[in-house]
Design a protein around this ligand. Sequence first.
Ligand code: ME8
Length: 641
Amino acid sequence: MKLETFYITTPIYYSSGRPHVGTAYCSIASDVMARYKKARGFEVKFLTGNDEFGQKNEEAAKERGVSTMQHLDDMAVLFQDMAKAVDVDYDIFWRTTDERHQRAVQTIFRTLHDKGDIYKGHYEGLYCTPCETFYTDGQVNDGNCPDCGRAVHKMQEEAYFFRMSKYQDALLAHIEENPDFIMPVSRKNEMINNFLKPGLDDLCVSRTSFKWGIPVDFDPDHVVYVWVDALSNYANALGFLSKNDEEYRKFWPADIHMVGKEIVRFHTLIWPAILMALGEPLPKQVFGHGWLTSEGRKVSKSFGNAIDPHMLVDRYGSDALRYFLMREFTFGNDGDFRNEALLTRINADLANDLGNLLSRTVGMIEKYFGGELVVKDVPDTEFETALKELVSAMPGKIEPLMDRMNFSETLNEIWAVIRRANKYTDETQPWVLCKDAEKSDYLALVLYNLAEVLRIISVVIAPFMPKTPAEIRKQLNIEKYDWESTKIFGLTPREIKVQKGAALFPRLDIQKELAELTAIQQSKIEQAEAAVPQKPEITIDEFSKMDLKVGEIVACEAMKKTKLLKSQVRIGTEVRQIVSGISAFYTPEQMLGKKVIVVTNLKPIKLRGEISQGMILAAADGTTLNLLTVDGEIESGATVS
Ligand code: ME8
């Protein structure tokens, strides 16, 4: 029998920084969906990977002082390790530096160019020549480069453009005719009202100002710029445009592209327009989820290390972390990650509700029946009827919720059953029944029903919590059941021999855990703040290109409406003017007479209209700043080496 296919993707993550709990969130949600669809009998393909081209990645490598490829390889390992730690069971880990990807991107670019959908034009922006980088109006500070502080200027660069505007009407029609194409609905409205209705501009798809990208094969001065490269990974990973395109023909179009809300636009406008231009079918759905925040700030590569998924998994297990992330936040909205909420959920939902149901069920079977339960035909009471009603209704409730990726509500429904089963125990009171020999058969039925609920629960929680079901089955000593079995009450064998094991989720001392987590996270933040990025190694020849001399400040004044001091510095027989941004730390009077270290062969620049002929060296740690000076009497002009 040919299975129906289901192709789901996460975005490919930039390799510019380490994975964090925000990236784990996106991957876990996709994994939950992939596991659910597998359980429902689909043939699933699940893709994740890394987005490896572009300046950000190249700069991150430079900052670490390693080669770009070394950096990308290291990051790929970190992302794969993270996936493993949180049980994200992907089928493909795609890397855009893969030869097959690069070839496919070049073919796409060429095909679109040949069709006239990509044309040559000019990209205009604010350019910093020393940094070789374009900036937008919003990025520059007072006309200066946000990176090196030097003046930027308007520049044009030859670039290729994709004719997005041509697809505007077709895109609008597609979105309106396919109500599930963009989910949740709020994101769909945003795309229509903010982008489609005002009109789409053509999109710049190549650059000549940097080189770390896939070359345009018919015009190798250009590299493919970001989106044609990154977005097409979803198709290229399946062999699109290659001789071996069997998987593409089998799994395309994707059923779900899972993406963060900030990249919905690229996935619902740019990517579909590219596919339309190529004559390929569009993905069935793009789901834009919200962000995990920490104290209101988006958890990101620069700030994300504080909430380390590995640390949380080591302490509480991956099932607990996955459960918390999927249960606590409405998928689609932002969610603030709070340690206390995590610990409370572990104790209340996992230790108390689920863990307790298993341990008391197995414990009572051991206590009252020596671990061997044999159930006979006994008529149901109102308690059994009520319990079975809720359990039987559950699969029908959760299936549509799962299909809409409403993970939190799904878990709510499952936990309603777990709580109902605990209530059933309190209603039937096995500890009273056990005292009456005549009630022994009914007692066996009660315990059997509890085991049966646990069997069903072990199936429906499996997409969320891949490890726990095996532990439940082990303690109940039952085999693995499939999804359809959750719709029939009574499939657990009527004779079982249970075996008590460790608590599924040991109860936590919340105050102690909170204190420890806070201490760990605080020390991580401090470490991150203290870490000075290591610059790449230089040779002695490179170092000796710098001319360092001792200078004496002979005059100094503050420059009005700036943080700058203008100093006249005597270096031997010469006096130079040097402008420094240090007025928050030194008054002109404090500067007078100081012997400082000056870089004398730095190219002069104008700062706020004043020429600066060199640089005065200072040490700064973010809070304070101290000038570098000499340890004793020495003439100005002395060489520093
Ligand atoms: O955007 N909470 O890569 P990326 C939830 N390479 N999700 C988060 C998150 C957070 N705090 N932080 C990041 C890119 N993400 C491109 C994608 S796809 C063809 C190219 C999610 O590493 C983010 O929303 O910046 C996005 O969906 C994904 O991680 C990758 O982000």
